[in-house]
Design a protein around this ligand. Structure first.
Ligand code: SF4
Length: 343
């Protein structure tokens, strides 16, 4: 199987990971999201393995993510009333941002707040649970030619050096060749390789990944020599603290919790009359009736030349879902996302 658009392959990979994680061994409860990471690096597919009991506790904090400021407050909120500046660790940013986060958390109903004179006191409602067990980054490359493999090898080496995820994988499409080309490429040996069949129903592990050193400081590679015979430049890199990694992982997990992988509809135009959801194997994929194929999220926008808004009649009494088919698509995807979250 080749020539799959990367966007479609990414959605198929997400669907497969949600149904069948891990690629081998005993099933492990996990949530799946896509296009998450840090400012410097986004992973295509992110699998967050969870502790089921702690995951159920996490649902008390609602379906929206807790950003880094909210996490700072909620994770350290005391069991008894205390002035927020006494209770929380010193932030490395101004206290006024912490105060704003206290108000946001209280307004969301995930923290108790009261005034004592000029002072704002806080008390936790629930302890924030340690729900994240492991974070796995999957890079999707359906057609792995030599030049794609070079770029990918560089990215995976950076992921391995940073050690922000527990594991990194390459997911690629089965070619049917006796030896899958991915095995012949010069990829870092720490990265696993999994091959998916056309509908992403079946997966074969070609290479098992190594667990990365989460508890060690990471190395962020900023620049590296091109490797040509005339290139005498030195690599440029910086160290990354363990604490930074711990916090970043939790922020990524929180975003994965909020978004899941079906949030693609948020950046597409399901309100276009040509937009459909179509079953592809066991995964629902977006489909464009005007183009006669799966559309990408980039092309499915208000600037698409074939965009046509749903006729107003579709949104009125005749349609079975109030708000019309576009709203129905969003509801359906939202319902499927919700099924993966407790509560
Ligand atoms: S016609 Fe354009 S906007 Fe409408 S569904 Fe197709 S790609 Fe999206």
């Amino acid at each position: 199987m080749t020539d799959q658009p990367e966007f479609v392959f990414e959605l198929r990979t997400c669907g497969w990971a949600e149904r069948a994680w891990p690629p081998d061994g005993e099933p492990r409860p996990a949530i799946v999201s896509r296009q998450l990471g840090t400012r410097d690096r986004r992973w295509d597919t992110v699998v967050v393995e969870v502790d089921p009991e702690a995951f159920a506790e996490r649902s008390k904090f609602g379906t929206r993510r807790l950003d880094s400021d909210l996490l700072h407050v909620v994770r350290h909120a005391p069991a008894e009333w205390a002035w927020y500046r006494d209770a929380l660790p010193n932030p490395d940013y101004p206290w006024r941002y912490v105060r704003e986060a206290v108000h946001r958390a209280a307004d969301r109903g995930i923290l108790e707040r009261r005034r004592d004179g000029n002072r704002i006191e806080i008390r936790r409602k629930w302890a924030y649970p340690g729900w994240v067990r492991r974070i796995v980054a999957v890079e999707n490359k359906p057609d792995l030619d030599a030049s794609a493999a070079r770029v990918l090898a560089d990215q995976l080496e950076r992921d391995v050096a940073l050690g922000l995820a527990d594991e990194v994988w390459l997911a690629t499409a089965a070619t049917g060749q006796r030896v899958e080309p991915a095995l012949l490429e010069d990829l870092p040996p720490e990265a696993g390789i999994v091959v998916l069949d056309h509908d992403a129903d079946e997966a074969d592990v070609l290479w098992h990944p190594r667990s990365l050193a989460l508890d060690d400081p990471g190395t962020r590679i900023r620049e590296r020599p091109s490797g040509g015979s005339r290139d005498r430049s030195a690599a440029r890199f910086e160290y990354v603290e363990r604490e930074w990694k711990r916090e970043k992982r939790l922020e990524i997990a929180e975003r994965a919790y909020e978004r899941g992988w079906r949030s693609y509809a948020d950046t597409m135009r399901p309100d276009c009359r040509h937009f459909r959801l179509r079953r592809d194997g066991r995964t629902l994929l977006p489909w464009c009736g005007a183009h006669g194929r799966c559309q990408t999220s980039t092309e499915c926008s208000g600037s698409c030349s074939a965009f046509e808004p749903e006729p107003p009649a579709w949104r009125s009494g005749d349609w079975p879902i109030e708000g019309g088919p576009g709203k129905g698509v969003r509801l359906l995807l939202e319902r499927r996302r919700s099924r993966r979250r407790p509560g």
